[in-house]
Design a protein around this ligand. Structure first.
Ligand SMILES: Nc1nc2c(c(=O)[nH]1)N[C@H]1C(S)=C(S)[C@@H](COP(=O)(O)OP(=O)(O)OC[C@H]3O[C@@H](n4cnc5c(N)ncnc54)[C@H](O)[C@@H]3O)O[C@H]1N2
Ligand code: MOO
Length: 400
């Protein structure tokens, strides 16, 4: 049987992902979005020489032992001193206030003695001390946040400082999920004989939502051609950008997803990948809609979503694919078959740094081991197994 290498499958999927499209969003709702146009400063920051302390502004050269300076006014944040500081003069100043013309230094009030309109200092002046020069933070025209960055609180704060009320971010795709299987019942149901609680959509939705405008769960379709056809019709009618089915992807008599997708006009790019778990993954398109048929086994469904759908969503947003992590093994790995193995592993902290502890469980229906994992070790097909301490590549489960 011809199984497609993982890289070829990713390449085929990424070829179908459209170019990122920009949309304008207000700063208040931009957290977590991927920036498409850089944030560029439209002014210098600070926009004037600003005091970093509550104290006194003067010319450093005038601060001489035993001399007092004459206080000629006040500069406070939002209301600077309008005049100029001359020889022998000082201005009372507060943090964030403009340093008046003529002054070049600020001394904080704890190092000053003010008395009857005069001030003297208990320390020598250091030229420019406690003054934040104009443009010290950023200068007009400077790129403050590059395109392709996911907006976190720090980037939003600098965007606001640059006076940006809106940002150009990547439009997110709308995703639809459909579970298939006669045996499935929704979480919280009374579980009858031969029934299984559907868990795939409950894992996929939170996995995908950080990248998506919406992830709509269309529930469960029974394994009859009529029901699957009508459910999928309903899903396609809602015109999502991405449709994801789980289950019915293999070769059994009830595995009808592929047939029905083809009937409904989906052009399949591939079916079956040289990996485990996740072999029976299928992928195609229907017009502009990308269609992923994930295997039903819960570990296979989550792993294929991580390995194939997440990169597609990242590309959709113009967000670069991160490199795999390279970490030492905390315990040996067994030899692998010809299929690339995405091996569950825990990240353990040791006195010499983080290591990967393989979880000895390969069953693609074993959800509790996946729930204990932090990473998937990417074990090449035919790998003879590695000793503890060997450096291996791994894909983190919980990251953007
Ligand atoms: N003769 C062969 N049999 C199988 C092959 C094969 O190559 N030849 N491949 C195996 C592999 S690998 C996988 S993976 C599975 C995939 O099967 P399906 O995609 O057809 O999935 P189902 O049969 O519908 O379900 C498999 C398993 O997962 C449970 N399931 C399904 N959906 C859900 C859900 N939403 N939540 C929780 N659990 C779910 C289902 O009850 C089954 O236990 O095929 C192998 N067989
Ligand atoms: O690909 Mo299946 O997921 O190995 O069980």
């Amino acid at each position: 049987m011809n199984l497609l290498p993982v890289e070829d499958a990713i390449t085929a999927i990424l070829k179908r992902v459209p170019e990122p499209i920009a949309e304008t969003v207000e700063l208040a709702v931009a957290a977590g979005r991927v920036l498409l146009q850089p944030v560029i400063a439209t002014h210098d920051q600070p926009p004037f020489n600003a005091s970093a302390m509550d104290g006194y502004a003067m010319r450093a050269a005038d601060v001489v032992d035993g001399h007092t300076l004459k206080l000629i006014g006040t500069s406070q944040a939002g209301a600077g001193f309008p005049g100029s500081v001359g020889e022998g003069e000082a201005v009372r100043i507060f943090t964030g206030a403009p340093v008046p013309a003529g002054a070049d230094t600020v001394i904080m009030q704890e190092e000053a003695v003010a008395d009857g309109g005069f001030v003297s200092f208990t320390v020598p002046a250091r030229l420019g001390h406690s003054v934040r020069p104009l443009g010290n933070d950023f200068a007009k025209g400077q790129v403050l946040v590059e395109a392709g960055v996911r907006l976190a609180p720090m980037q939003l704060a600098v965007a606001a400082a640059a006076n940006a009320a809106t940002l150009q971010v990547a439009k997110r795709p709308c995703v639809s999920l459909l579970a298939t299987g006669d045996e499935l019942v929704l979480p919280g149901s009374v579980v009858g004989t031969d029934q299984i609680v559907a868990s795939n959509s409950s894992g996929l939705r939170p996995l995908l939502i950080p990248y998506a405008e919406t992830v709509i769960d269309h529930g469960i379709a029974r394994d009859t051609r009529d029901e699957l056809r009508s459910k999928l019709d309903e899903v396609f009618a809602s015109q999502p950008d991405i449709v994801i089915t789980t289950g019915g992807a293999s070769v059994g008599d009830h595995d009808i997803v592929r047939d029905i997708l083809l009937e409904l006009g989906v052009t399949l790019d591939f079916w079956k990948i040289n990996m485990r778990p996740g072999k029976p993954l299928m992928f195609g398109t229907r017009g502009k809609t990308l269609v992923f048929g994930l295997p039903g086994n819960p570990v296979s469904a989550m792993v294929t979503a991580l390995v194939f759908i997440r990169p597609a969503l990242r590309q959709w947003l113009g967000y670069p694919e991160p490199m795999l992590w390279r970490l030492p093994l905390a315990a040996p790995t067994p030899p692998n078959s010809a299929r690339r193995h995405f091996m569950r592993a825990q990240l353990v902290h040791t006195p010499t740094g983080p290591e990967l502890l393989p979880i000895p469980q390969t069953d693609s229906g074993h959800t509790s081991s996946l729930a204990r994992a932090d990473m998937l070790i990417v074990q090449p097909g035919g790998d003879p197994g590695q000793q503890a301490g060997a450096i291996v590549e791994a894909l983190p489960l919980d990251y953007f």
